[in-house]
Design a protein around this ligand. Structure first.
Ligand code: ADP
Length: 258
């Protein structure tokens, strides 16, 4: 009871006890709502200037990439990558905020999941040369889903596999048909997760606290959003991992009906 916090007086009456907890839960919800609104507002405000900046930097990058001045060419390329990174972060925050206020819309259309995975891997390979990323057994398979959102799940799992494993290691993506679903797995050879952490990785803002992860930046929203997106598609998401033995993250999606 003490950990709940705002009780001035504790009585033996169970009525008082429950009334106090209800108030605290309500306050906590209001507090969360305010934080969520704030995050949504800030992300929304940042999105507009960032969209113009992204467009400008992209054009400048394509004009200057063959520049005779190596500084200019390199600087614009870096600026382009960082602006893209920032956009992904802001989109993540916006999506968390939309999710919390039940405004995250899922726009389903039939598409080839294999093609989407290949696109994400190609885009990742443009910016990452530290890991070998391989796609196995992913034949064309049609799902009826929100391609942008599923793309962000695949991106998140691959970028985590890279972030939480040492340079030079492999990341392997596999697809498997299981009944009327497709299972996608992203396997890394990284730091792995303890049983306790495995149970929490899909929670909002959860990050593993250890000397291995302290230097790695992140906000603990990628897996939370991924899980919500997959659940909204009637799929499942789960992880198999041992500390020091790498992790395999899986998600399943129903196949599109003929
Ligand atoms: P972020 O990486 O931005 O912190 P995520 O929600 O994507 O947020 O992940 C939550 C936490 O789960 C991470 O902070 C990390 O501690 C752990 N985690 C995620 N992916 C992996 C992985 N492939 N290997 C080990 N730990 C991971």
């Amino acid at each position: 009871l003490r950990s709940v916090g705002t009780f001035q007086q504790v009585t033996n009456s169970s009525d008082t006890y429950f009334a106090g907890i209800t108030n605290d839960v309500t306050e906590q919800k209001e507090d969360d709502q305010r934080k969520n609104d704030f995050i949504g507002m800030v992300s929304h405000e940042l999105k507009t200037p960032l969209t113009s900046l992204t467009a400008i930097v992209q054009v400048a990058n394509s004009k200057l990439k063959n520049s005779e001045d190596p500084f200019l060419a390199g600087a614009m390329e870096k600026a382009n990558l960082q602006v893209k990174r920032m956009s992904k972060m802001i989109n993540g925050f916006l999506n968390v905020s939309r999710l919390e206020s039940a405004k995250l819309l899922i726009d389903k259309k039939a598409f080839d999941l294999h093609g989407l995975i290949e696109d994400v891997v190609k885009e990742t390979a443009l910016t990452v040369s530290t890991h070998q990323i391989t796609v196995h057994q992913c034949d064309s398979v049609t799902v009826n889903a929100d391609a942008d959102k599923i793309g962000s799940v695949v991106t998140n799992l691959i970028s985590n596999a890279i972030k939480y494993s040492p340079k030079g290691k492999s990341v392997e993506i596999t697809c498997e048909l299981v009944g009327d679903k497709v299972h996608v797995s992203v396997k890394d050879e990284g730091i792995g997760l303890s049983t306790e952490d495995k149970a929490k990785v899909f929670e909002r803002y959860f990050r593993v606290e250890s000397s291995n992860t302290r230097h790695i930046s992140g906000f603990g929203i990628g897996l939370y959003l991924s899980a919500e997106i997959i659940h909204r598609h009637d799929g499942e998401i789960w992880v198999d991992s041992e500390p020091g033995e790498g992790s395999t993250f899986y998600f399943s999606l129903p196949l599109a009906k003929e």
